[in-house]
Every structure is written in structure tokens, then in C-alpha cells.
Write a protein that binds this ligand. Structure first.
Ligand code: FMN
Length: 345
């Protein structure tokens, strides 16, 4: 059943419009003030960074998507090939199916040999800790793919919209804390497209997570995906109501920054080019992730994924050049990001 669900997710994300209706990332409310005389050589703009002792050539992450289905072999191989070539980070999709049926593990295991140097994230749903999963399951997921860190994803609304959803989130935080204490690699809390609030970020930081991926609203809408999967009118109508649910990515970055000021933030959710990524970094992010755009490229070829990365990096570099930021630290501290003001007509 999980395998079928994962196959549905890929198909729906590729074939249907799964965007939000009116809600956006909120990044369009910000703009950079152009600096006509940057005291910089474009070639000297440095995009390199590091996280969890891994070096990255650019602050980019291929967000968690898939594994455990027929199509996932090709998708993960193409993503991994490009991530290794470009020196960026990569997340894998939820490994629950592969833990429960080892015959589904190959499309996960294939990634590390192709991408020996990348910062690689394993992935499990946090709620599974309320359904019998322990730190041992987390360890097996990490070992399966030789990951550097584990994403625990928080997807309360998605579970609520699925007929087969695991919806008992009560008392989960203590179990997350136990995993953070006992797992050998850092644990990163990740949403799936509805964002974290300040209060949730504070609670997760206290529980010991090592970073937070906001995965805010404005990009892929999982209520839309579940609407296309719904097999009854009732479910379809309920899912449709939540098309614009969630905390826009720009707001969630700032909320998480306030709630967990000492944690690295990964920005994701609706980021679609290097200029938006620059804004996310200027708002406080260390890395920026994209899922939807990489999925579309990954079903074509590794070259298509590399082209998406190249375009994104070139846009990010040009943005930094035009505000005179020579490094990601300078971008994060830039005084040149302003909130747009709208004048009444
Ligand atoms: C096909 C597909 C499958 C996904 N599967 C997972 C998953 O297994 N685990 C997870 O944490 N997030 C998963 N996501 C969510 C993404 O990692 C990301 O948080 C979300 O799509 C928002 O980013 P985007 O707007 O750039 O697509 C999936 C996304 C897509 C498009």
C-alpha cells in the first residue's frame, strides 16, 4: 500500500497542477535594493558552505522525494548523479516502505555509491514514533543509505487527509527527543509544505533537533496531491478546503529564526529560482531546498537536473553580485533586502 501511495505521489506531482491556489511563499513581498557599483568581481562570489561537517559547493538541497517504487530507481539515480557532480546536498524520500519490505530498499541504497561525497539525508515520518518505531528504526534508515543526518518529517495535515493516515501525534515530542539523544547522526525536523511556527520551532529545538527545514507553504501543496488521490467525494471536498493552508515560506523562516535562534535553518517550500533562494538566505537560511522542480528534471536525465542546478546557482551568484555580497555570510547579513511597500492607487 505504501509503495502504491508513493507511485501515486510521483505521478500526480508530474501530471497535475499541485500548486497552492492563492497563497504564495511571501518572498515576492521582499526585494533587493540593486547596488550599481558592487565592490566585487563576479568571479569572486563564493557560494561554498558546510553543514554537519560536509562541504557544499553551493547552499542547495534536493529536497526529500522518493524511493521504493519502480520509477524511483531512475529518479534517485539521476538526482544523485547531479548532486555529486554539482557538490550540493540531497534528501531521500521516506524510507518506511523499505524498512518494512527490504525488497524495496534498492532505490535508496543505490544513491550513496553514486554520490559518495554529498551531504545525504535519510528520511522517516516523525509520527511513526507513535506507531512502534524506535531509535533503532531511525538507525536502520540512516545505515541503509549511509546518511549524514536524518530528516524526521512532520506532516500532520497530510496524514489527516489520507484515508490510511497515521494521525496520532499526541506525546510525540518526547519520542523525538529520545531519537535526538540516542541517534549517532544529527536529526533535522522537516515539514512537507505547511511550515513551522515559532512555538513549534522552539519546542523542537528544546527536544534537541540539530536543524529545521521549514518546508513552508507556497510551492507543492500536499492537500492538492491528496485531493487528486481521494477516492470519495467527501475526501476530495475536505482536501480541497485546505488548498491554501499553511505558513508561507518567508514567514516560517522568520518564525523559526525567532523560535530557534541558534539552529541552522533550511529554507524550502515553493523556492523556484536562485533569486528566491537569495531572499530566503537573506532572511536567515543556511541552505535552500527544492523538490518539485527537481522531480520534473529527474524524470528526463541527470543533465536536466544539472541544468536546473546551474541555472539556480547562476541566478544566486548574480543576485549576490548585484547587492555586493561576496559570501553567504554577507548575504545573510545584507542590509539590502527590503520589504516592498505598496502605494494605494
Ligand atoms: C513527489 C514528492 C514526494 C515527496 N515525498 C516526501 C517524503 O517522502 N518525505 C518528505 O519529508 N517530504 C517529501 N516531499 C516534500 C518535499 O520534500 C518538500 O518539502 C515539498 O514538496 C515542498 O517543496 P517544493 O515546493 O519545492 O516542492 C515530497 C515531494 C514531492 C514532490
Amino acid at each position: 500500500m505504501i509503495e502504491q501511495r508513493k507511485a501515486d505521489h510521483i505521478r500526480i506531482n508530474l501530471e497535475e497542477d499541485v500548486g497552492f491556489d492563492r497563497l504564495t511563499t511571501g518572498l515576492e513581498h521582499y526585494r533587493f535594493v540593486h547596488q550599481a557599483l558592487p565592490d566585487l568581481n563576479l568571479a569572486d562570489v563564493d557560494l561554498s558552505t558546510s553543514l554537519f561537517c560536509k562541504s557544499l559547493r553551493a547552499p542547495l538541497l534536493i529536497s526529500s522525494m522518493t524511493g521504493g517504487t519502480e520509477r524511483a530507481h531512475l529518479i534517485n539515480r539521476n538526482l544523485a548523479t547531479a548532486a555529486q557532480e554539482a557538490g550540493i546536498a540531497m534528501g531521500l524520500g521516506s524510507q518506511r516502505a523499505a524498512l518494512e519490505d527490504p525488497s524495496l530498499a534498492d532505490s535508496f541504497r543505490e544513491v550513496r555509491p553514486v554520490a559518495p561525497d554529498v551531504l545525504l539525508f535519510a528520511n522517516l515520518g516523525a509520527v511513526q514514533l507513535n506507531y512502534g518505531y524506535t531509535v533503532d528504526h531511525c538507525r536502520r534508515a540512516v545505515e541503509m543509505v549511509e546518511a549524514d543526518a536524518l530528516f524526521l518529517h512532520f506532516n500532520a495535515l497530510q496524514e489527516a487527509l489520507q484515508p490510511e493516515g497515521d494521525t496520532n501525534f499526541a506525546g510525540l515530542l518526547d519520542k523525538v527527543e529520545a531519537v535526538c539523544k540516542n541517534l549517532e547522526v544529527p536529526v533535522v525536523a522537516k515539514e512537507v509544505g505547511w511550515g513551522f511556527s515559532q512555538e513549534t520551532a522552539r519546542r523542537l529545538a528544546n527536544a534537541g533537533v540539530a536543524a529545521i527545514d521549514v518546508a513552508g507553504a507556497g510551492g507543492t501543496s500536499w492537500s492538492q496531491v491528496e485531493m487528486y488521490r481521494a477516492d470519495t467525494d467527501v475526501r476530495r471536498r475536505v482536501a480541497a478546503t485546505f488548498v491554501d493552508w499553511g505558513i508561507p515560506t518567508a514567514e516560517s523562516i522568520q518564525m523559526v529564526r525567532r523560535g530557534a535562534p541558534h539552529l541552522p535553518i533550511i529554507a524550502s517550500g515553493g523556492l523556484r529560482n536562485g533569486l528566491e533562494i537569495a531572499k530566503a538566505i537573506a532572511l536567515g537560511a543556511r541552505l535552500a531546498g527544492m523538490a518539485g522542480p527537481f522531480l520534473k528534471a529527474a524524470v528526463v536525465s541527470p543533465e536536466a537536473v544539472l541544468e536546473t542546478i546551474e541555472v539556480t546557482i547562476t541566478e544566486l551568484r548574480a543576485t549576490m553580485f548585484c547587492i555586493g555580497a561576496a559570501s553567504l555570510d554577507e548575504l545573510r547579513d545584507t542590509p539590502h533586502l527590503v520589504r516592498r511597500t505598496y502605494h494605494a492607487l
